[in-house]
Ligand binder design. Structure first.
Ligand SMILES: Nc1nc2c(ncn2[C@@H]2O[C@H](COP(=O)(O)O)[C@@H](O)[C@H]2O)c(=O)[nH]1
Ligand SMILES: [Mg+2]
Length: 440
């Protein structure tokens, strides 16, 4: 990431440069660069490390910056982490749900699926839609539908399909790549071997089975135990996280973490990211970089202001949950001062589980939602509601863009040449039309 902040609350997103370099006006003419910093972004950051804005954000108004953890601060390695999810899911399908043992020999191509695809559960199809919700590409299992098949299935309805639950599922998180791939494999397998999948299983049932097996992998420790044992195998190291958090805190902004992961796992992942520590050496030093940590937040429900979810304080050493009254630890019968140990241990940062955005605002003394910037990876879980309903300012982490932006940049000359050729072609076509009309 590339941005500048000074201690006097004067902070700006300093990197609109590339976005204006890459963004051409409609007539193909390059717009002049608009700089946010006086130096004009002279100390260039690597292409993939820059921040892009679709509207300006004055950091001066931001008093608290929050982060999601999984796939935001912690970038998992899909070649190991998603493979683990894929193998764990197959294992559960075979052992618990009666799928054939030969699935255990299947392999996972982690590069095949991308976020943004849509699963048509009933038909066993994977769809790529355009921004207007028209199906551009459709695959049945791994076979691409012909144009006629595609139009016949998705193009002829009088009432337009919403492509939403319950018949469709959106692949909107990197956690879902393995299940989408496995679903396509199962569709192919079932078409070719109709008697080999459990009786009464259709495509939709197969998707449901895969989903519940994946869900179980996240809940029963299949994934988290393995990550805890060997985090470097599954999570990319990122030496810029601590400087980033320090910089935010030096600028006197509050920092917070809101994650759906529970405390035990959060502590392991954050120890690895901030301190390069593994399970046996875990401590709580990383908490110094935050004012508030909320685990088990159940996003997106966390962002519903009307939610009544209870907020518990977590005792970091034991993981014990303590009842709170809006964030204030409650006295237990027979013990009038339960909060003393917690306060001493945790002078800088308090750790919670559950609660709602109202609790967070109170804990951080946030007066207006527009003073909060939240960084997340999940458009639905992290961004949609927090931005649209609450009015938080949001930043979406899209690692896929790194390759795309590089490619756009590398191909800039060809793209420009193509644009000029298109414009020449349009002129020539217009001239031909005029000449034709003059002859009629
Ligand atoms: N029970 C399930 N948990 C899931 C699933 N997919 C992801 N996850 C877990 O959610 C959190 C994400 O945390 P955040 O920091 O991004 O808020 C992490 O613990 C995942 O393991 C699922 O399908 N079922
Ligand atoms: Mg996340």
């Amino acid at each position: 990431m590339s941005y500048k902040m000074d201690k006097g609350q004067k902070a700006v997103l300093a990197d609109q440069r590339l976005s204006s370099e890459l963004m051409e006006s409609r007539d193909g003419v390059q717009e002049p660069c608009i700089w946010s910093s006086p130096e004009g972004g002279k100390d260039e950051a690597e292409l993939g490390k820059r921040i892009f804005c679709n509207r300006s954000l004055n950091m001066r108004n931001i008093i608290a910056v929050g982060f999601d953890m999984d796939y935001t601060l912690a970038q998992y390695k899909p070649e190991t982490f998603e493979k683990l999810a894929y193998e764990g899911t197959i294992e559960k399908l075979v052992s618990n749900l009666g799928y054939p043992e030969e699935l255990l020999g299947w392999t996972f191509n982690w590069k095949y699926m991308v976020r943004g695809l849509v699963v048509d559960k009933k038909r066993g199809n994977i769809l790529k839609m355009d921004r207007h919700k028209y199906v551009k590409v459709a695959y049945h299992g791994f076979r691409e539908l012909t144009k006629e098949e595609k139009v016949g299935t998705y193009g002829n309805t009088l009432i337009r399909d919403a492509f939403d639950e319950p018949d469709y599922a959106l692949i909107d998180t990197l956690f879902s790549l393995a299940e989408a791939y496995l679903f396509s494999q199962l569709v192919d397998y079932m078409d070719k071997n109709p008697g080999r999948v459990p009786a009464r299983v259709d495509y939709a049932r197969m998707y449901k089975d895969v989903r519940s097996a994946v869900d179980m992998c996240h809940r029963d420790g299949t994934l988290k135990q393995m990550v805890a044992k060997d985090p470097i195998k599954y999570i990319n190291e990122d030496k810029s996280i601590v400087p980033l958090l320090k910089m935010l805190r030096d600028s006197r902004r509050a920092t917070f973490l809101v994650t759906n992961s529970l405390w035990d796992y959060t502590n392991i992942v954050m120890n690895f990211l901030c301190e390069s520590r593994t399970l046996d050496a875990c401590n709580f030093d990383w908490l110094q970089y935050f004012d508030v940590v909320i685990t088990g937040s159940a996003k997106p429900g966390f962002f519903h202001e009307e939610s009544n979810a209870n907020l518990f304080e977590v005792e970091p050493e034991s993981g014990k949950l303590i009842n709170t009254d809006n964030g204030t630890p409650m006295a237990q019968v027979g013990n009038t001062s339960p909060s003393i140990t917690l306060k001493k241990q945790n002078e800088r940062c308090r750790v919670f589980q559950g609660g709602t955005v109202r609790h967070l605002h109170k804990l951080l003394s946030i007066g207006s939602s527009s003073q909060v910037l939240y960084v997340g990876d999940h458009i639905y879980g992290d961004i949609l509601r927090s931005k649209k309903v609450l009015g938080w300012r949001t930043m979406l982490v899209v690692p896929e863009l790194e390759a795309e932006v590089k490619l756009l940049w590398e191909l800039r000359d060809s793209r420009k040449a193509l644009q000029l050729m298109r414009s020449d072609r349009d002129h020539i076509e217009d001239q031909i039309h005029r000449l034709r009309w003059s002859l009629e």
